[in-house]
Design a protein around this ligand. Structure first.
Ligand code: DX5
Ligand code: ZN
Length: 218
């Protein structure tokens, strides 16, 4: 399981120590949530913060863009240090062009789906993608409850990927914890994003290890 803690729930007053903790942990990637207050009803941070994070870690920076017209900023996110750039299906008119842009810039390309967007909408572009991110909450905030229907979406996507792109990374984001990581893995997930389950815990690196080993601890 590729574990990607989401910095959204980290202590931003102590970001340096949070990142040092992640560097020492079993985390594979750092998941950075970029929100513009238009695509989602929340605003987070942008390139200057990503650049600073880049200086503090050698882990993969997995950047989840919840912004309209993300194609305008592909090169800037690359320059800031992004390794993986995931855009929302619902935020891009020319998705194929945007994916080619991301790859040409030297990053892995992902597409994220809101809870209501069918995975079938990716049928004709699946072979071009490195990653699909299934949102299991409505994007915008940490700490929400996992939407159970997401499991069916993951299973359907897994079937599609078996035919069109067996190397596809299936990532899930929203309401993930050690309590549901096994069910997610069984459905076909290869990467989990977790914000509040990690950073609100007394021992964040222990939660990361549980997600990594898919050990629910029960
Ligand atoms: C929500 C973000 C998530 C968020 C998940 O829009 O995309 O990455 O941090 O938070 P939790 O794990 O608390 O649901
Ligand atoms: Zn996210």
């Amino acid at each position: 399981m590729i574990v990607a803690p989401s910095l959204l729930s980290a202590d931003f007053m102590n970001l340096e120590s949070e990142i040092k903790m992640l560097n020492e942990s079993d985390a594979d990637w750092l998941h950075l949530d970029i929100m513009d207050g238009v695509f989602v009803p929340n605003i987070t941070f942008g390139m200057p913060v990503i650049s600073q994070i880049r200086k503090l870690t050698r882990k993969v920076l997995d950047v989840h863009l919840m912004i309209v017209q993300p194609e305008r900023y592909v090169d800037e996110f690359k320059a800031a240090g992004a390794d993986i750039l995931t855009v929302h299906y619902e935020a891009v008119t020319h998705l194929h062009r945007c994916i080619q842009q991301i790859k040409a810039a030297g990053m892995k390309a992902g597409v994220s789906l809101n809870p209501h967007t069918p995975v079938a909408n990716l049928s004709h572009i699946l072979a071009d993608l490195d990653l699909v991110l299934i949102m299991s909450v409505n994007p915008g905030f940490g700490g929400q409850s996992f939407i159970p229907e997401s499991i069916n979406k993951i299973k359907t996507l897994k079937q599609m990927a078996a035919e069109k792109n067996p190397d596809l990374i299936i990532q899930v984001d929203g309401g993930v914890s050690p309590d549901n990581v096994n069910e997610l893995a069984d459905a076909g997930v290869s990467s989990v994003v977790a914000g509040s389950a990690v950073f609100k815990a007394d021992n964040p690196s222990e939660v990361i290890s549980k997600l990594k080993s898919m050990d629910a601890g029960i």
